[in-house]
Design a protein around this ligand. Structure first.
Ligand SMILES: NC(=O)c1ccc[n+]([C@@H]2O[C@H](COP(=O)([O-])OP(=O)(O)OC[C@H]3O[C@@H](n4cnc5c(N)ncnc54)[C@H](OP(=O)(O)O)[C@@H]3O)[C@@H](O)[C@H]2O)c1
Length: 351
């Protein structure tokens, strides 16, 4: 990891403390190369609460959450770990114009899904603030990185294909899951297009991988197949009734002519009564087709000292850390939009 140029800890603010932000905050508090200087809270109930309480850290930090963006900018932090439910271009431009480097898990890899006007605002904000924006996560993020690295073993790459092949029932976000088609009538007009739009950040990650292997894409397409539940499932946070969508299998595919050179997608199920078109692999399947073919499956598993109930938070750490661990490298990166393709390897830190 690139150390900050100044030799002092990187001054970081944490933007929201939901599923992923909470884990990012926990990691920042524990890092000796980062100093937590501020926390942004979207929800009023979190304003004034110590970061330790929000992150489940044992001792108070003395840093309390605020919804006062001007006060956070005035702290002149080096970086912001940005993990809100939805990215907001106004927020991002304010941070970047103020010279704050942004590391995001919120639907950002290349910025390709943004309108040309919004992308231009982001670029101008980076130029004005001499700042950098970067996005990552588990998938997209880590999975693409592993695919790009594996392609380094090939004399010739035909296709990099990444598939998240999991039962999503442990990601308790009814809004996200419904947006991805789950529990909906499979004949809902526009359902495939809505899933494409909601998952478009995967297309950004496909474009990044294409760029890495020297492929100039003509187009990116999306195809999806829905499987329906044969019985009712009550997941607690949402219902998957019989006959509604309980399996979503789809890919964003990048093409050079008639060659599908990059594919990023999912084989997701929810509930007890569904058979997906391809067997689940309970992890991230990374395949590089070429000379030779390379394949691995990433599994996110509990360590021996895992005491929290359930495993959902393991996935949240897996999603948060590729972003938070990138902070020093992003602070050291040139201004503008950078991706995993541009950074030195982002590693974790010894505990
Ligand atoms: N790349 C990946 O692998 C990956 C995987 C999963 C998720 N993600 C992305 O990571 C981001 C965070 O996910 P998450 O599961 O942590 O989300 P979350 O817990 O549902 O929400 C994150 C925070 O956003 C704030 N928030 C809630 N409703 C909001 C609204 N209507 N408008 C603006 N902010 C709102 C809240 O902030 P306060 O806590 O301050 O109230 C909330 O805690 C999302 O953009 C998600 O798509 C990426």
């Amino acid at each position: 990891m690139t150390p900050p140029r100044t030799g002092r800890p990187v001054r970081v603010i944490q933007w929201t403390t939901g599923n992923i932000g909470r884990r990012s905050l926990h990691a920042i508090i524990g890092r000796d190369d980062m100093e937590l200087v501020g926390v942004y809270a979207h929800g009023a109930a979190k304003v004034g609460v110590d970061a330790a309480e929000l992150a489940g850290w044992p001792e108070p930090t003395g840093v309390t959450a605020t919804d006062d963006i001007d006060a956070l900018l005035a702290l002149r932090p080096d970086a912001c770990c940005y993990n809100p439910l939805w990215p907001d271009i106004d927020e991002l431009t304010r941070l970047l114009e103020a010279g704050i480097n942004v590391c995001s898990s919120a639907a950002w890899i290349t910025g390709g899904k943004q309108s040309p006007e919004d992308l231009d605002r982001i670029r101008k904000a980076c130029a004005a603030g001499n700042s950098t924006i970067f996005g990552s996560g588990a998938h997209p993020g880590m999975t693409n990185m592993v695919g790009m690295v594996l392609s380094g073993a090939c004399e010739r790459v035909d296709e990099i294909r990444i598939t998240e092949s999991v039962d999503c029932s442990t990601y308790e976000s009814a809004g996200t899951q419904t947006a991805m088609g789950f529990s909906q009538d499979p004949d809902t007009p526009g359902l495939a297009e809505s899933v494409r739009r909601e998952s478009e950040v995967f297309a950004e990650s496909a474009a990044m991988m294409a760029d890495a292997i020297g492929a100039t894409l003509d187009r990116i397409t999306f195809d999806v197949e829905f499987s329906t539940a044969t019985g009712d499932t009550d997941l607690g946070f949402m219902q998957i009734p019989a006959g509604t969508v309980a399996g979503v299998y789809g890919y964003h595919r990048g093409w050079v002519g008639d060659r599908n050179v990059v594919s990023v997608g999912f084989n997701w199920i929810m509930g007890d009564h569904v058979t997906p078109p391809k067997p689940l692999e309970h992890g991230h399947v990374i395949q590089v087709f070429g000379l030779p073919n390379m394949r691995t499956v990433l599994h996110c598993l509990p360590p021996r000292d895992w005491t929290e109930p359930g495993f959902m938070d393991l996935g949240m750490i897996y999603t948060a850390m590729p972003v938070t661990n990138a902070v020093p490298a992003v602070v050291a990166a040139p201004p503008g939009i950078v991706t995993l393709k541009d950074l030195p390897p982002v590693t974790g830190r010894i505990g």
